[in-house]
Design a protein around this ligand. Structure first.
Ligand code: MN
Length: 234
């Protein structure tokens, strides 16, 4: 077999560093859970009790916040209301279909802290029209993420504090235990809809307190037991 040739250079593999390892985590897909904390669902105008639902971001929306450094994202086009959503991110190491919640842990490679950056005005407009959210959620550089901590070294992330500060002031502060659909249940639901693959990332949802950032703001966020991230809006 001869190697295929391409019309242009294939895109580079998107990857995230792994704490304490030389190997990097190659990203396949980015799944996101919508309205997965009750108080956030309420602030978005919903009751807080509904089956989980999902959307995706392209893998190349990832912006890596290297440990101990501040990553930079540009203020995106077309919006006047850019929101932060701090989230626990699950990194899938073993794929599968129809994974039971009781087996979910064996599919998890590790965890990271992520920001589901959102052009809220565009998302709201699309929602009103019953149109897809892509332009609000899946835009370029919309998925900052910190390094992945291996699951065995991450502590009890299911009961960890989750928080983000903007310029040193609290914006969001909650606990992962308040997820409506926890990590294992999310994997169960998600793997019924899509075949999970090694390299998939799952942004599990954000607690209440989402709000706007402007150029010059620095977001610092974390989940206890994981490496915090720092991201500046340029
Ligand atoms: Mn989100």
């Amino acid at each position: 077999m001869t190697e295929p040739t391409y019309a242009f250079a294939p895109p580079a593999v998107v990857s995230v560093p792994v704490q304490g390892r030389a190997e990097r985590f190659a990203v396949h897909r980015i799944y996101c859970v919508g309205r997965n904390y009750e108080e956030h669902a309420k602030e978005m105008g919903f009751t807080g009790r509904e089956p989980p639902f999902f959307f995706l971001k392209p893998a190349d929306a990832i912006v890596v916040a290297e440990p101990g450094q501040t990553a930079t994202i540009p203020y995106p086009t077309l919006t006047a209301n850019l929101h932060h959503e701090i989230e626990l991110v699950v990194a899938i190491g073993v794929g599968g279909r129809n994974i039971k919640a009781a087996d979910a842990a064996s599919h998890i490679y590790g965890y990271a802290v992520g920001l589901d950056m959102t052009r809220r005005d565009l998302q709201t407009d699309m929602k009103k029209q019953g149109r897809p959210w892509c332009i609000g959620k899946a835009y370029d550089q919309s998925a900052p993420i910190g390094p992945i901590t291996l699951a065995a070294q991450a502590g009890d992330v299911n009961h960890a504090a989750i928080w983000v500060q903007v310029n040193g002031t609290d914006r969001q502060r909650s606990n992962v235990a308040k997820l409506i659909w926890n990590v294992a249940e999310t994997i169960e639901h998600l793997s019924q809809a899509w075949e999970l693959k090694p390299g998939d990332l799952i942004y599990t949802g954000t607690p209440e307190g989402v709000a706007a950032v402007v150029r010059g703001d620095t977001m610092t966020g974390g989940v206890d037991g994981l490496t915090p991230i720092s991201v500046k809006v340029a």
